[in-house]
Design a protein around this ligand. Sequence first.
Ligand SMILES: NC(=O)c1ccc[n+]([C@@H]2O[C@H](COP(=O)([O-])OP(=O)(O)OC[C@H]3O[C@@H](n4cnc5c(N)ncnc54)[C@H](OP(=O)(O)O)[C@@H]3O)[C@@H](O)[C@H]2O)c1
Length: 318
Amino acid sequence: MEDKRLAVVTGGNRGIGFEICRQLALKGVEVILTSRNQDGGVKAVEKLNISGLTNVVFHQLDIKDPSSIACLAKFIETRFKKLDILVNNAAEVGIIIQDQEEFRTGGGFLQLVDERAEFLSHVVEELYESGEECLKTNYYATKTLTEALIPLLHVSKSPRIVNLTSMHGDLYWFHNDKVKEELQAIETLTEERIDDIIQRFLLDFKNGKLKENGWPLTLSAYKVSKATLNAYTRLLARKYKNIIVNCVHPGYVLTDMTSQTGFSTAEQGAKGPVKAALLPDDGPSGVCFYETEIAPFESPDLPLKIKHYFQGIKFLVL
Ligand SMILES: NC(=O)c1ccc[n+]([C@@H]2O[C@H](COP(=O)([O-])OP(=O)(O)OC[C@H]3O[C@@H](n4cnc5c(N)ncnc54)[C@H](OP(=O)(O)O)[C@@H]3O)[C@@H](O)[C@H]2O)c1
């Protein structure tokens, strides 16, 4: 009989991450629910254990802290000897919402399009410092954690990596053709080149040159972080033929990140990531799922989709 599958989920204490843990556990996967906050993580595991899901354990993990990553890797190695599934869910959005009411009634995240950048400046604040932290978490820390756990994934018979992305990581938002081409040229793309793109973005952000150099003008750092994470996902899939590596946009989900705006619940949002985590051995690798369906990395119809949502905007209220 095959060993029980083991998954690590980052940011499992709340939102979509918590739901991914719950749904994986329901499918019989042994889950390590990780959280940077000990109390929040322990409480989340207790909640799942009390509901009958005794196959969930807690381990502290701050993905930005290399010693915390090393501690988790040691724990997995000692106790389980291998890892089957890594779900990189933890992220931050890099903006401060100044006016929650106007943000919600104005269309939530759907209004964060370049055409409205100036108008939105009193609703949403994007400081360089929070943008930099956003890139550190969503791209660099996710990459550091992944690299630390790859040796344990190599021990698994069917390893999977799932990176939570966003429709905001779609290359549609980028107006710099060179950057778009670089991120799409998967056969020649390198980690160094991705790093260079991020550093160029940060420099332009600091010097107020986002428009001049064709970067996204709203939710800028988050958009760059997810677009580069998508490229890294494809790069990993190219490099490790034995690991199925994909990214998943969970949909527009009611969580703290979205100030509880959205069209779906965390339970619905977790379905795509869970599907990607449990793909069969002949499943696709290096692709992007929009919820549960494969989608392009650059969607020409994105503005239409957003316009359509925007016109009929009716957020789900729990
Ligand atoms: N909600 C949506 O509509 C939506 C849409 C597209 C993509 N996504 C993506 O889906 C994922 C989950 O989003 P969500 O909406 O569930 O977000 P959320 O409710 O804001 O939860 C974010 C989680 O990430 C954790 N986190 C942040 N920085 C961390 C760090 N350095 N180390 C460890 N954990 C850290 C948070 O921990 P704390 O509790 O300690 O802060 C929290 O558990 C993210 O990757 C997000 O970009 C969400």
